[in-house]
Ligand binder design. Structure first.
Ligand SMILES: Cc1cc2nc3c(=O)[nH]c(=O)nc-3n(C[C@H](O)[C@H](O)[C@H](O)COP(=O)(O)OP(=O)(O)OC[C@H]3O[C@@H](n4cnc5c(N)ncnc54)[C@H](O)[C@@H]3O)c2cc1C
Length: 330
């Protein structure tokens, strides 16, 4: 809404700006009638003993929030095959959580990928996040003659191995090597038609981009749930690097928020919490009730955002014994 022109006597004063500039209604209050959203959390498999301890502190801190599943990534070209397996198997054995194992098909034959899937099934893993993956170290992707060429082929192959629940990846800002946004959506639809039940998106910072993507997906005939991937950011430099590879736009305002506080971790944490809280509040206001968090094995921001979203510990676990987890952004 823009108000009428102000009297000339006000010049360029703040009052004149108030009278002439657009006015924004505040975010609608969260409805008390709605149940809290469904959450899932993503971890990466640890490389060292210290990182293993960090991961498990993170898992224990987030476990009481009762996510519907937690997923564990698969390193580029299958480099973490054993560690991903060990992590999901330990989650099955030692927690109340339901794990989903990521699995990529780049650089492996169909038989090798099927074997990994069978090992997951035998370890009690029933949910796979099925991905094509990227060529380790970068470079153009070339399917192997005896491999699954794309994620859609992998989904179909996994369904032949066992009746897994399958999630796949989606890209609100378009996959960096897609021929076109429409072709990318068409390929997303193929993955879902091949047997996946949901898509989890790459992270994004501009919520309207995600909401537009939902419209485009619907127009392309996609009706499966598309779950927004939320990346709580406290390390701006790291996020700029990630985003260059994955084709995510880092808005200028994000850089301005972190400008000058590179050495000030405490302030960075507060800024990070503010950014993520704003992002997740705008999405439920638009009816979004499922979220996937890229935790980077650090629990605090994810825990805080989940709390803002109305998610509370279930009380199944002993709250007093929860470890605090490491500080983010270090
Ligand atoms: C939620 C999420 C989790 C991830 N987890 C991991 C992980 O654990 N490990 C990892 O290494 N990477 C992971 N990634 C990254 C992912 O592997 C890369 O983004 C990869 O480049 C694409 O994988 P995809 O499954 O989306 O591929 P696909 O769906 O196969 O698409 C890849 C590209 O090929 C195009 N395409 C698809 N089918 C065809 C076809 N038939 N003909 C021509 N072009 C086609 C698509 O438009 C797209 O540009 C993840 C990404 C997301 C969003």
């Amino acid at each position: 809404m823009t108000a009428a022109a102000p009297p000339a006597s006000l010049g360029a004063s703040p009052l004149a700006r108030w009278l002439t500039h657009p006015r924004f209604a505040g975010m609608p209050a969260q409805s008390e009638d709605l149940p809290p959203p469904l959450l899932s959390f993503e971890f990466f498999p640890p490389r060292t003993e210290a990182l293993e301890q960090q991961l498990w502190a993170c898992i224990r801190r987030l476990e009481p929030l009762a996510p519907r599943f937690v997923s564990v990534t698969y390193g580029a070209g299958g480099s973490t095959q054993a560690r991903t397996h060990a992590t999901v198997a330990r989650i099955v054995a030692e927690t109340t959580l339901t794990p989903a194992a990521h699995l990529t098909c780049v650089g492996a034959s169909r038989g090798e990928v099927d074997d990994v899937a069978r090992q997951y099934w035998d370890a009690g893993i029933r949910h796979i996040v099925a991905l094509r993956g990227d060529v380790p170290g970068g470079g153009a992707y070339e399917p192997l003659p005896d491999g699954y060429a794309y994620a859609a082929d992998l989904v179909a192959g996994l369904k032949r191995v066992a009746d897994f629940e399958i999630s796949v990846a989606a890209y609100p800002e378009v996959h960096p090597t897609a021929h076109s946004p429409l072709a990318d959506l068409d390929h997303l639809k193929r993955k879902l038609d091949a047997g996946a039940t949901r898509a989890i998106t790459n992270y994004f910072f501009d919520s309207p981009t995600f909401l537009r993507f939902l419209d485009l997906a619907l127009a392309a005939g996609i009706t499966a749930p598309i779950v927004p991937g939320i990346m709580p950011v406290s390390n701006y430099t790291q996020i700029v690097k990630f985003s260059q590879v994955s084709g995510v736009k880092v808005p200028a305002w994000l850089g301005r928020y972190f400008d000058g506080v590179e050495e000030d971790m405490e302030t960075r944490r507060m800024i990070a919490a503010h950014i993520a809280a704003e992002q997740v509040r705008s999405l439920p206001a638009n009816g979004i009730d499922e979220f996937h968090f890229y935790t980077l094995n650090r629990p605090d921001l994810t825990y805080a955002i989940a709390h803002i979203l109305g998610v509370r510990p279930t009380g199944k676990q002993d709250q007093g014994a929860l470890p605090p987890g490491p500080p983010p952004g270090t």
